[in-house]
Design a protein around this ligand. Structure first.
Ligand code: GRF
Length: 203
């Protein structure tokens, strides 16, 4: 499976996916990294790893999200991309774009969905006093940080945790589960069927 990773920032999840995909038996090949932010830190890391990169800036399009996405879509299609991984891609996608990649686009979110959608997940988890926190890989649907869950990983919350300390431990989980989730989806072992995430042999 030919995979593109969409980023906006440092790209540590991107790096975890690139590293995992080096394994001989890995069912996906990372062929392209696209950033919507010029000069995003992850772009240099991807180039260093020998992966083709592209920048499709969202800023010039302002509020015209679909115009930005049509350009993004064209780049993906031109590279024969089959699966898209959002990895710290800080841009809401329209229903149109989501439809183009239905069942073929994953996102990682730093919380145990459906809890803590959106930003500042670690601060909010600590403020609520939850004892378990974590990360989720899910298929992308039009609603933000929603969609059928492919995989989750949990960490215990410590009494003296800070948002930063918790973020570091959750990030460790993210780097473990995203490659595993992509492996499942790229191999066809897990797929989207009638809006649900199904695991098992196809057919
Ligand atoms: C990760 O925590 C991801 O879950 C989130 O944004 C962060 C991106 O980090 N939505 P990185 O760019 O993968 O290092």
């Amino acid at each position: 499976r030919r995979v593109a990773i969409l980023i906006s920032g440092r790209g540590s999840n991107m790096t975890a996916l690139i590293e995992a995909a080096k394994a001989k038996d890995y069912p996906a090949e990372i062929v392209l990294v696209i950033s919507n932010i010029a000069g995003a830190g992850g772009l240099a890391k991807a180039s260093d790893a020998g992966i083709e990169t592209a920048t499709v800036e969202s800023k010039p399009f302002g509020k015209d999200r679909e115009a930005f996405e049509r350009k993004l879509h064209d780049v993906l299609v031109a590279h024969n991309i089959e699966l898209v991984c959002l990895a710290g891609f800080m841009r809401l996608l329209t229903p149109w774009f989501v439809k183009q990649w239905e069942g073929r686009m994953l996102n990682i979110h730093p919380a145990l969905l459906p809890s803590y959608r959106g930003l500042h997940t670690h601060e909010r988890a600590l403020a609520d006093g939850v004892k378990i926190h974590g990360a989720t890989v899910h298929f992308v649907v039009p609603e933000m940080d929603s969609g059928p869950i492919v995989m989750q990983g949990a960490v215990a919350v410590h009494d003296d945790d800070t948002p930063d300390a918790l973020a570091v431990r959750v990030l460790g989980v993210e780097h473990r589960i995203y490659p595993d989730a992509l492996r499942l989806v790229a191999s066809g072992g897990t797929r989207l069927e009638n809006g649900f995430c199904k695991t098992g042999n196809a057919g």
